[in-house]
Design a protein around this ligand. Structure first.
Ligand SMILES: C[S@@+](CC[C@H](N)C(=O)[O-])C[C@H]1O[C@@H](n2cnc3c(N)ncnc32)[C@H](O)[C@@H]1O
Length: 270
């Protein structure tokens, strides 16, 4: 099933590869859950799902708690009158000003489907600043939301930094990590999913934590771009490399050229 949110770096297109590499276990932990493409397409007894983007986690918790009532409230915003640039910017301003979690979550879903090119972007003060997308008729993901709501009955959602989430892993857990990509060149920007960014130290901490959990017998699978950095940082892992077509890229010249890696720490030797 496809996720109901468009999300930069979403892994729906490579779900089969990820599924094939994810070990079995009782609970799946995703410290970078994003749109939940992996959570929605695997089968564990329980899930611990986290992301640093608080707006995203509020949407998931609201859907989990209120189901149909939340889906209907979101659908009411998908009208022809609301699909104009004037209305989009009014609703975006409302989103940035409101502190009401329900309303903010309804607006987040509207903005994601009416905004430009599936981007998620915030300015340095934390204001959501994606421009209007000019889609003729934005799709309302009703069946995708229902599916997510049903699945979320066995999930716990938290908004925490990945380090904190990974520290909670225990025997029987499997961890899937999909961090923001390592930039392909020093000039490439990368997506600001939330104010703050994700730098080299974060990437290194993630690799270190994965190696340490792997040593304790808790498998950790990480996806990333292949780069000099990942080749060094994931040297203790079992690594698979493959080509993937990219749709969201800041640097048009890099389109289609990046290799992706899946690095499994703590794999049981064959
Ligand atoms: C590549 S996306 C994950 C996409 C997801 N696998 C999917 O299929 O939609 C990376 C995610 O990491 C989150 N993130 C960034 N920094 C983080 C941090 N320090 N701790 C936890 N999550 C973080 C972003 O908000 C974003 O949702």
């Amino acid at each position: 099933m496809r996720p109901f949110l468009k999300w930069p770096g979403g892994k729906y297109r490579i779900i089969d590869r990820i599924r094939a590499k994810l070990p079995m276990g009782r609970r799946l932990i995703e410290p970078f859950v994003g749109s939940g493409a992996v959570f929605l397409n695997v089968d564990y007894d329980a899930y611990l799902l986290s992301d640093i983007n608080e707006d995203l986690i509020h949407v998931y918790k609201t859907l989990q708690e209120h189901g149909e009532a939340f889906i209907s409230a979101c659908e009411r915003l998908f009208t022809e009158e609301n699909n104009t640039s004037e209305r989009y910017y009014e609703l975006r301003t409302e989103f940035n000003e409101t502190t009401d979690v329900w309303r903010k979550s309804v607006l987040f879903l509207y903005l994601g489907r009416h905004g430009y090119n599936g981007l998620i972007r915030y300015n340095k003060d934390g204001g959501y600043n994606v421009p209007f997308g000019r889609y003729r008729r934005p799709y309302f993901p009703e069946k995708e939301m229902r599916f997510f709501a049903e699945r979320s009955k066995s999930a716990r959602f938290v908004c925490q930094d990945f380090r904190h989430v990974m520290e909670q892993a225990k025997s029987g857990d499997v961890v899937y990590c999909d961090p923001p990509y390592v930039p392909l060149s020093s000039t490439a920007n990368f997506t600001d999913y939330a104010a703050g960014g994700f730098g080299p130290k974060d990437q290194q901490d993630l690799a270190d934590l994965a190696a340490s959990l792997g040593e304790q017998g808790i498998p950790v699978l990480i996806s990333n771009h292949q780069s000099e950095f990942t080749e060094a940082a994931y040297r203790l892992a079992q690594v698979e490399r493959f080509d993937v077509q990219r749709f969201i890229s800041c640097d048009g010249r890099n389109r289609n050229t990046a290799k992706e890696v899946l690095a499994l720490f703590g794999a049981v030797p064959e």
